[in-house]
Each structure stands twice: as C-alpha cells, then as structure tokens.
Design a protein around this ligand. Structure first.
Ligand code: XIL
Length: 332
C-alpha cells in the first residue's frame, strides 16, 4: 500500500541514505526501511566518534545503526576511516603533547595510530560493514600535485593513504574499499583524483572504488559533466559509487529563504530525475547510490555553508514524498 518503494523501483543498484540516530526512530525508521537498501552512518563512524581518545573506542551509536540495518534487511556503508575533519586533536600530537612536526618519528607514530584505528574499527564490524570510505577528501586541485595539504599529508605524505588501504584490506579482505571526494565532476578535480588513483593502483594499493559525493544544487552541474565524470574513471577498472547526493535549493552563499520556493523544489526534482536516469544508464559502473539524509527535517545543509533552511532530499520536513521523490521513481 502507499507510494512505491524507491528500492523496488530502482533495481539497477542499491539505494541508500545517510542517517543520524533520530532516523531510526518511529516514522523516520519506517520510512527509511521502506525505501532504502542501505544506511550510511552520517557521523557515528568518524574518528571523533569512534576513538575520541587514544585506545578508547565507542561504537554504541554505530552498533545501533548496524542492528537496525540487519533487522530490516539493509546494508551498511562505512564512512569514513581517514579525513581531515572530525578527527580528534590527539591524533596529531607528538609524544611530548606538542603538535606534530614533519619528522620521521612523528610519521611513524601517526601511521601506527592510523593502523591501530583501522584495525579496531574495521575489525569491530567485520562482515557487517562490507564497504568503507577508506579516505575522504584527499584531493585539492589547487595544488600542482593535487594532494590536499592536510595534517595527514604534511606529516606522512601519501603514505597515510597507502597505509589506510593496505590495513583495511588486511582486516576486511572482502570489503569494497573506496576513495571518496566531492566536486569530482569538476574537470580539474576529477583529473587530479584520476591521477592519484592511477598512481596508487599502479603500486598495488587496494582501491576498489571511487566515491563521488555529489553535493550538487539545482543549477549545477549539468548532466553531461556528470556523465564525463563517470566515463573518466572507466579505464581505471574501479567501481564507482554515488556516496552523498543531495541537491541544494541554493546556488550561492548569499541566498536564503525562510521556506523553500515552489520553483526551486521543482528544480530539485528535475536534478534528481536527470542524475538518477544517468546513474541507471551507467549501472555497469555505478554500484550504489546514497543520498545524504532521509528527509528535509534533518539535513547538514541547514547549517553548511551558512545557516538557512534547505530542502535537498527526497522527503520533506513532514516525511512526505516530494517532487524529487517522483523524479526518482517516475522519471517520465
Ligand atoms: C557532515 C554531516 O552530515 C554533519 O552532520 C557534520 O556536522 C559534518 O559532516 N562530506 C562528507 C560528510 O564526507 O562526512 C559530511 O557529513 C558532509 C560533507
């Protein structure tokens, strides 16, 4: 009864949603389980959540999400093992408690912490989490080499990425290991990511998939640019996943509406329609699509990059299906 389930209609690949703890409760939980094949903990698997101080692990929130997923026949995407945000300060402090400088000893300490973290987190879940965003947002296309100057990179160079994938593979040999980033449709960024993945794969670093976040808006990007993005990575022989899609009603930081205007909501729907149709045409490459939230009552875009009401998801603040939902399930 009721409207069609997204996961029944879109059968080319699993469709997931990122969640906060509230998404499991009451009507939210029913909506989630009805429409989606998988969940991505939005914050609960990040380093600040799982290892807030060295060697102290907290898995309660993520364990609850995994249990919900299993009870409802859903999968879980692990997000994320290495990032420059939401990583506790202690990770980058040397053995005197001062911020690490780029010495060989500090690099060894940092990589040892990274290895211990991945062993603990990935090992805790084993087969319950079969796909991991191993590294997140490591590209900065404004750098000539394309490598983001994060604390990770400053102290360990590319070895933090090599270590992360090798340890993840060792602990979870069957898991799909993903390098995830945003704006991968932008040619300059896309090409830098391509070059890095090509280099690492030539070295034997076990990267299985490229993750495209797809935080887009009503006017950007054009479908053709997203198609070029997908085609770019085909020669690398990697899977591709859409990991964090949402469609902002805003096209600049200076705009703000107290409630989403009808014409903008329609454009959100067209963007979902066009991009889902594209993903489905490329089902040989795209192995999952995840939206970054369940409904518009809980979206990170309400506070990023500025505080203002956004409406980037498939269900509205009252959990009703939006035109965006119909764009996905009935693209005609
Ligand atoms: C966001 C979460 O949704 C927010 O709750 C948190 O405050 C900040 O991070 N790219 C990513 C995600 O890879 O981890 C981010 O998630 C959104 C942008």
């Amino acid at each position: 009864t009721g409207i069609p389930s997204i996961k029944d209609v879109v059968d080319e690949f699993p469709v997931g949603a990122a969640i906060t703890p509230a998404a499991l409760l009451g009507e939210h939980g029913k909506l989630l389980a009805k429409h989606f094949d998988s969940v991505t903990p939005g914050n609960a698997l990040k380093w600040d959540a799982t290892e807030p101080s060295e060697g102290t692990f907290r898995f309660a929130d993520a364990d609850t999400m995994v249990a919900f997923a299993q009870a409802n026949d859903m999968a879980v995407r692990g997000h994320t093992l290495v990032w420059h945000n939401q990583t506790p300060a202690w990770v980058f402090l040397d053995d005197t408690g001062a911020p690490m400088t780029a010495t060989a000893a500090n690099k060894a300490l940092l990589l040892a912490r990274l290895e211990a973290h991945i062993r603990a987190v990935v090992g805790h879940y084993g087969d319950d989490i079969p796909v991991w965003d191993v590294v997140n947002e490591v590209i900065d296309e404004s750098q000539p080499d394309g490598y983001r100057r994060s604390r990770w990179y400053e102290i360990a160079g590319l070895d933090y990425i090599r270590t992360a994938f090798r340890v993840a593979r060792e602990v979870a040999p069957d898991a799909t290991l993903v390098i995830n980033d945003y704006n991968t449709n932008v040619p300059a960024k896309r090409d830098k990511l391509y070059a890095l993945v090509a280099l690492l794969k030539s070295e034997g670093v076990p990267i299985d998939a490229v993750g495209h976040q797809m935080h887009v808006n009503i006017d950007w990007p054009a479908t053709a640019e997203v198609e070029a993005m997908i085609q770019k990575f085909v020669p690398l022989g990697v899977e591709q996943q859409i990991t964090e899609m949402d469609v902002s009603i805003y096209t600049s930081e200076s705009e703000s509406f107290p409630t989403p205007p009808a014409d903008r909501l329609l454009k959100v729907a067209y963007k979902y329609r066009d991009l889902f149709a594209l993903y489905r045409r490329y089902a040989a490459e795209i192995t999952s699509v995840t939206v970054w939230g369940l409904a518009d009552d809980d979206t990170w875009l309400d506070t990023f990059p500025v505080t203002r009401k956004d409406a980037p998801l498939l269900f509205d603040t009252r959990l009703q299906a939006k035109d965006a939902y119909w764009g996905v399930v009935d693209p005609s």
